[in-house]
Design a protein. Sequence first.
Length: 257
Amino acid sequence: MKSGVAVQLRLAAALPAPNRDVTYVFYECEEVDVARNGLYRLSRNAPETLSSDFAVLLEPSGGAVEGGCQGTLRAAITISGARAHTARSWMGKNAIHEAAAVLDILRSWTPRQPVVDGLEYHEGLNAVAISGGVAGNVVPDECVVTVNYRFAPDRSEQEAQAYIRDLFAAWPVEILDSAPGARPGLTAGPAADFVAAVGGEPRAKLGWTDVARFAELGIPAVNYGPGISEIAHTPGEYVEAAKIVAAEQALTRWLTA
């Protein structure tokens, strides 16, 4: 993300008279609770600042245009048991052991790969946390598995939540948080012009981005920036310097043609 910020700063400094009315937006807390998201707060407190016909988010995309984004939700699945002393464990029911049934569903789950507006998405469903236990000599009576579902933008938040509740219907499910996806919308208006200007073959954005925030505002938006999205959030993530320069050059061409 820092490389995208660098490109924006360079454009703002080097292009005193672009061919479009450009607003550069820098904000904090993009990947935390929605109430703290800087773009969300800006859209509520000063919506005129974001009034536009088109937006480009310099998300890492390997220099390709990535259309739309997946929706995301986290859900807590609670497995119940019965406490007992571990010396007499047969008198209880181990909730952590019972969580294996939830993990079996996750292991055998087959992801959807729908084509939305010509781009193929690949859904994901994973356990991201598990908690349980009372003491070293107690059979636990509760275990909670937290799952993260990344759903294609042909599903609404409500449909995604209903799907997770149905998939884990044997247990209580609490939706912890969710955010809608956004369809690509690359074939008309400024988005199509942008794709033509920067070139390359568009692909689906596998992940949630603030493209969805702009979609809620009725503003077409795309993901385009340096960085390798496939290695984001890994210990070895990096950005090739040449990709940063290439992104700056492509955006300069678009803003000066």
